[in-house]
Ligand binder design. Structure first.
Ligand SMILES: [Ca+2]
Length: 195
């Protein structure tokens, strides 16, 4: 034990005095480096949390102009009135078709909002459904049958035997109506980027 202490004393005594400031500098550098690492770890941890938070609210789809996003689909409401076929041609000319919305009540909300902004009571618009065979079989343009529960009160009425085009009435509940294809209506297009 004594010889160890003696050896330590010799070693310490043998250190040139000039090395002590160097050791201090080294110690300081190590401490600074540790602090820096600790700071970087904290910053990285914050970034990781922010990324997790961002990913839990992923950015939804967006719509190209002049379409508007309603839930996860893109729609365009015409300001002018035309008959059903020109309405469809217009929609197909803008990378879409007459609308075949998945959520009719979201469309109702959208149209009621538009009506409020335009200071009108309600909106009648063409949508993408019809009785193409004129035999009472109503389908959306995407092939789905029209749900019987979506027809307005007393509809489809097929007045005078020739209402073959689909209309949406924002102030009715449910909203769908069959109407003459030659009626002038505003219309709702839906964006289909792969059409
Ligand atoms: Ca009708």
């Amino acid at each position: 034990m004594n010889s160890l202490l003696l050896l330590a004393a010799v070693v310490v005594a043998g250190q040139p005095m000039t090395e002590e400031p160097a050791m201090e500098e080294l110690r300081s550098a190590v401490i600074v480096s540790q602090l820096s690492l600790s700071h970087q770890t904290a910053v990285l941890s914050e970034l990781l949390n922010a990324t997790r938070e961002h990913n839990s609210f992923p950015q939804g789809p967006t719509c190209p102009y002049p379409y508007t996003l309603v839930l996860d689909e893109c729609f365009y409401l015409s300001p002018h009135k035309v008959t059903w076929e020109p309405a469809r041609r217009h929609c197909r000319g803008m990378m879409g078709d007459l609308a075949t919305p998945k959520h009719l009540y979201a469309i109702r909300s959208f149209l009621l909002d538009v009506a409020k902004v335009e200071e009108i009571e309600h909106l009648h618009v063409y949508l993408g459904f019809r009785d193409a065979g004129r035999n009472g079989t109503w389908r959306w343009l995407d092939g789905r049958p029209v749900d019987a529960a979506d027809w307005g009160p007393g509809e489809p009425s097929n007045s005078k035997g020739n209402e073959y085009c689909g209309q949406f009435r924002s102030h009715f509940d449910p909203m769908l109506n069959d109407i003459f294809c030659s009626t002038l209506n505003r219309f709702l297009c839906q964006y289909h980027p792969h059409n």
